[in-house]
Write a protein that binds this ligand. Structure first.
Ligand SMILES: *Cc1c(COP(=O)(O)O)cnc(C)c1O
Length: 447
């Protein structure tokens, strides 16, 4: 037994914090975060889990520190689900990332630099949206699709000048959007009343016509964006509802601005307006491929007037987007096609070529990897039931957990006892990082 209490020899906090690499980390990440990592490493040294030498404590601290001051970790999306809500939905384009960086500093978001006076907030983002959807006469941006719907309901169906409170909606469109949130509850939470028409599987124009009356504020069409009903079904198109004397609001969900050939059943903003919708609402971070945002588009005439009313509602201020969203949204629309669009439009033959190359280099390094055909999906963000031909790297199942714990984390999915890494949601320039991540797991196993 030693006579010196080993706890005494644990390096002192100020000595560890003064070490140049630790001091540099504190500059980057903040002193509080680094100091708590130092305390944790000292505790481990006291418990005998680490040598008590300063160098050992310093390297334990450095190993435990994140690369940035956020707890978020980058993930390579190899799930084959293009819009994965748990992974933050749409990844941003390089142009949108650059715009975020610019807007992160001080910028002229609400200033007219020519006059020095106050300028219209977010005008450039609205202009970009109107340029992308020429059929719209006015537009407004809020925090997400749910906020767009809530703002429409609260403005048009509660306390309007005519006291109308009812939203007419088909029973088959009472959608739960995810994480337990339901559109009917969101609408009634504003004080609006729902008038449900039709049955789960069938609704007709006559059902709507019989329900529209002096209490009706609007007809709402909600796209069932995360499920399909098939069999004995019938729904009513927007154009059948435009002569009932009330605004028709179309919640298209995914934010597709124009039709896409691979997604014939997915509604888009331009077509919905052309078919007679007064207002269109949608998300910014689904098929549009931008940051989290909610879009509100108004048709010429009444739709544009309603957008102006909605913009001035007191709650519009509570749902206002920040400068980061405005910047990233505008750059998504004005810049090159965002990653979500590139993934949607990826050529299956090119995906198979990528899978063969990645699997080939892994096999050469001794990994049990083969390229296989697979099926990708758009995800909860739209196009339910649609599969997109894709290609994947098939690995032994045990890779799944290790890849998820890696740096960067890789999320694949397990099918028939194999871990599949689908390439459709990953940009081609991620293949090298994906290969390296798999090799790192392989090397870890041999150690
Ligand atoms: C996703 C979705 C919403 C909610 O949009 P968020 O941007 O997630 O708030 C509303 N309606 C439909 C049809 C959707 O698909």
């Amino acid at each position: 037994m030693t006579t010196v209490d080993p706890r005494r020899r644990v390096p002192r906090t100020d000595a560890v914090l003064a070490e140049p690499r630790i001091a540099a980390a504190a500059e980057r990440l903040g002193r509080a975060l680094v100091k708590s990592a130092v305390t944790a490493a000292q505790d481990r040294a006291r418990r005998g889990e680490l040598p008590v030498e300063q160098e050992a404590v310093v390297s334990a601290v450095l190993d435990s520190l994140p690369t940035t001051a956020t707890g978020l970790r980058p993930v390579l999306n190899a799930t084959g689900v293009l819009l994965h809500t748990n992974l933050g939905r749409a990844p941003l384009s390089a142009a949108a990332r650059a715009a975020l960086d610019l807007a992160a500093g001080t910028c002229d978001v609400e200033l007219d630099l020519a006059t020095g006076g106050r300028g219209p907030r977010g005008a450039a983002a609205i202009d970009a949206l109107l340029a992308a959807v020429p059929g719209a006469a006015a537009a407004h941006l809020v925090n997400n699709g749910a906020a767009a719907l809530a703002l429409v309901a609260v403005t048009l169906a509660t306390g309007g000048p005519d006291g109308r409170r009812e939203i007419v909606i088909a029973r088959g469109e009472l959608v739960e959007i995810g994480d337990g949130f339901r559109i009917p509850e969101l609408l009634t939470a504003t004080g609006a009343r729902l008038r449900e028409v039709g049955t789960t599987n069938r609704v007709s124009r006559a059902d709507y016509a019989a329900s529209v009356g002096p209490e009706t504020a609007l007809i709402l069409k909600v796209h069932p964006s995360n499920f399909v009903i098939s069999g004995f079904t019938r729904s009513v198109e927007i154009e059948e509802l435009t002569d009932l004397g009330v605004p028709v609001v179309a919640d298209i969900g995914s934010g597709l601005l124009a039709p896409h050939p691979l997604l014939p059943d997915e509604p888009d903003a331009a077509s919905s307006l052309a078919r007679g919708a007064t207002l269109v609402t949608a998300s910014g971070d689904k098929l549009l491929g931008g940051p989290q945002a909610g879009l509100l588009l108004g048709a010429p005439g009444e739709g544009a007037q309603l957008v102006q009313r909605i913009r001035r509602h007191p709650l519009a201020r509570a749902m206002r987007v920040d400068k980061l969203t405005l910047a990233a949204f505008e750059a998504t629309l004005r810049g090159p096609a965002p990653p979500t669009r590139a993934a949607l439009d990826a050529d299956p033959a090119a995906l198979r070529g990528r899978a063969a190359r990645v699997a080939g280099s892994l096999a050469e390094a001794g990994v049990d990897a083969v390229a296989v055909d697979s099926a990708a999906t758009v995800g909860g963000g739209g196009a339910p039931g649609v599969t997109l031909p894709s290609a994947a790297i098939s690995l032994p199942e045990r890779y799944a957990d290790a890849l998820r714990a890696g740096e960067p984390a890789v999320l694949g999915h397990v099918e028939h006892g194999r871990c599949l890494l689908d390439l459709r949601a990953l940009p081609p320039d991620a293949d090298a990082a994906l290969t390296a991540a798999v090799l790192a797991v392989g090397a870890g196993r041999e150690r």
